[in-house]
Design a protein around this ligand. Structure first.
Ligand code: ADP
Ligand code: MG
Length: 624
């Protein structure tokens, strides 16, 4: 409990004590009134001040205003104790609300408790404990068993298993050795590690993730905006209705005295306070975002929760998303009078400047065959990577090409079609086609299950996009169960296809694009929802996507749909519940069957239940 909450509680208790004294001495002339008024002021002075301030700023109608005039009304008709009780209960309710909100914020922060407060910096062989913010890129830090990795880096010494679950939701520990990348937020489980940092604190994974979760609240869902707007119109209507109930009946010749009607009007004001909605709706979205984070899914705002909950079409990128994106060279075919090792070496030189998974596999293979070492990179110049086509560079003043048939067109070469299920990388030098390298990728185990799970949650439109050739694409589509396959696409074609699909909004509904973040940032931003997978560590993807799945398990897509639907359900439950109960009480209040203090109970109780319900969004039970 923070200081502010503590102070408020003490104030409410003091006001309560004075109030009780007031009731005890109610028969002593003036003393009862004096004590009652004091209790009222102690409990509610801030509410009155706030409503006066709001009136001055032109924002008349809010719950402070409602409470102030309701209690003034009670005082006016001589029901001092009722007025004090209303103010006390209202404040107590508000206090509970702040407490609950604080608690749920705290549990989200705790669950995101991935930031390390210190780093063991190695300076000339001696360890110094420093603030992670002060560690420069390229420093060496030591992470002991049980400690959190404070900054992103590369292991230089030691080997260990790391618990990555706080970031990825993945339960199986990850083994690392010298040369492997480690991210801040992992927990070292078994061995001492020496790490050379590659990023400073603000650029490290933990900082990025925390920033994301903290900013998520600012992107409002439609339901949240609805509530804010609703409160703006609703309160003036209620005040107008209260005025009518207070004065109209007597003017129209009612037999009941004016004070009875004023009292009814006051309870109406109290009941109609919209706080249950105003607090519980954003809290539910916050809970949903927190619950998803716990599963290794970052959702960047409440608006995206709303969109995912009504997802109808999912468009997948093939490489790295449905397939592992880990290629292996399976065959090399000569088409000219050259040795296959020569083809591989030239290709590897070109590809050494690319991060594409295909490029990595070719370089690996060349290294394994001892055809290539890192110094050989000096042999090449004028390197160009053409997205969706391949690489070209200059070796001994001659241009070397490594890529698909589209790249060969650039070299004015006709690439003969190869009937194979692997991806083909043609290799050409100047204007001679030397041969081709066949590389192949594996389908992720979870991909096929994902399609079935998507059907089960009612998402039946699935589309696969790829820059790879048609034969490979169709084969993979068939194996995992996607019938709509578009192949041989450049990154810009992918954007066009998504736009075409979106033109027929009625049929496709909300559309998500799922990619691995390698050259698909434009599509990620164009889709209704851009989902980046396995994106942890890739800043570009984290930036461009609306939803970031931290490990590369495609089934998390279904998890995020389920979490979003649950969150939305809770939001609507709260809206219907709160408005329903209030409606009933409003009618009862207008007919005079409710005492003022019962009205406060109705208001505070509804808010309380709605908040408890909202906190359920934080708990992820994926099976429901
Ligand atoms: P995907 O759409 O499957 O994610 P990309 O758009 O990354 O694939 O690449 C599409 C195609 O372009 C690849 O299948 C490959 O034929 C070719 N390509 C792209 N980059 C390279 C590269 N560095 N080396 C060789 N071929 C490449
Ligand atoms: Mg790709």
């Amino acid at each position: 409990m923070n200081d502010k909450l503590k102070k408020t509680l003490i104030r409410i208790l003091c006001a309560g004590a004075v109030f009780i004294c007031g009731i005890i001495f109610r028969d002593v002339k003036y003393v009862g009134i004096l004590l009652g008024t004091s209790a009222y002021l102690i409990a509610g002075y801030d509410i009155i001040l706030r409503s006066v301030k709001n009136i001055r700023n032109g924002q008349v109608f809010d719950e402070n205003f409602l409470m102030t005039i309701a209690t003034f009304g009670a005082f006016y008709i001589g029901e001092i104790n009722e007025g004090v009780a209303v103010m006390l209960l209202y404040q107590l309710g508000e206090w509970f609300q702040s407490y609950a909100v604080g608690r749920s914020r705290q549990s989200i922060t705790e669950l995101m408790n991935i930031r390390s407060d210190y780093a063991n910096l190695m300076v000339e062989g001696i360890i110094q404990v420093v603030d992670p913010e002060d560690v420069e890129i390229g420093s060496t830090i030591v992470v002991k068993v049980g400690e959190k990795v404070p900054l992103d880096g590369i292991v230089v010494k030691g080997s260990s298993f790391l618990d990555t679950s706080a970031l990825t939701g993945e339960a199986v520990p990850k083994g690392v050795n010298a040369g492997d990348e480690v991210l801040s937020g992992y927990i070292n489980q078994s061995g001492l590690l020496e790490i050379k940092t590659t990023k400073d604190f603000d650029e490290s994974t933990v900082s990025k993730i925390l920033e994301l979760v903290e900013n998520a609240g600012s992107r409002k869902a439609r339901a949240e905006n609805f509530i804010t707007k609703f409160a703006r119109y609703y309160t003036p209507v209620v005040v107008a209705a209260a005025l009518c109930i207070a004065f109209l009946p007597v003017l129209l010749g009612s037999e009941l005295p004016l004070n009875t009607w004023i009292k009814r009007a006051c309870s109406l004001l109290v009941i109609s306070c919209p706080c249950a909605l105003v607090i519980s709706v954003p809290l539910s979205f916050f809970g949903g975002i927190g619950g998803a984070a716990r599963e290794g899914i970052l959702i960047k705002g409440g608006n995206y929760i709303e969109t995912i909950s009504k997802l109808r079409t999912v468009v997948f990128d093939k490489t790295g998303t449905l397939t592992k994106g880990i290629f292996k060279v399976t065959r090399i075919t000569e088409l000219a009078d050259v040795d296959e090792n020569e083809i591989l070496k030239l290709a590897a030189l070109c590809e050494s400047q690319s991060n594409h998974p295909i490029a990595i596999s070719i370089v690996e293979e060349a290294k394994e065959r001892n055809l290539f070492s890192d110094e050989d990179r000096n042999l090449i110049s004028d390197v160009q990577e053409i997205s969706g086509k391949g690489m070209l560079c200059s070796i001994d003043k001659e241009t070397v090409y490594a890529g698909n048939e589209k790249l060969m067109e650039l070299a004015n070469l006709k690439a003969e079609a190869v009937d194979s299920i692997g991806t083909i990388v043609y290799v050409a030098k100047k204007d001679i086609m030397l041969g081709y390298i066949q590389v192949s990728d594996e389908i992720k185990d979870a991909s096929k299950e994902l399609m079935e799970d998507l059907n089960r949650v009612g998402i039946s439109e699935k589309v696969m996009l790829t820059g790879d050739n048609k034969a490979v694409a169709e084969k993979i589509g068939e194996q995992i169960g996607i019938s709509k396959v578009y192949a041989q696409l450049l990154p810009i074609d992918k954007v066009n296809i998504v736009e075409e699909l979106l033109e027929n909004k009625r049929r496709v509904g909300n559309l998500a694009f799922v990619g691995d973040g390698i050259n698909d940032a434009p599509v990620l931003t164009r889709a209704d929802i851009g989902i980046a997978m396995g994106a942890i560590g890739s800043d570009a993807a984290i930036e461009a996507a609306d939803v970031v799945i931290m490990d590369d398990n495609p089934k998390k897509i279904v998890t995020s749909v389920k979490i979003s639907r649950k969150t939305i359900r809770i939001v609507y439950e709260n809206i219907i519940f709160a408005l329903g109960i209030k409606g009933v009480f409003l009618i009862l209040g207008a007919f005079g069957s409710i005492e003022l203090w019962q009205a406060v109970f109705a208001d505070v109780g509804v808010a309380f239940i709605a908040i408890l319900n909202a906190m359920r969004a934080l708990k992820v039970n994926i099976d429901n």
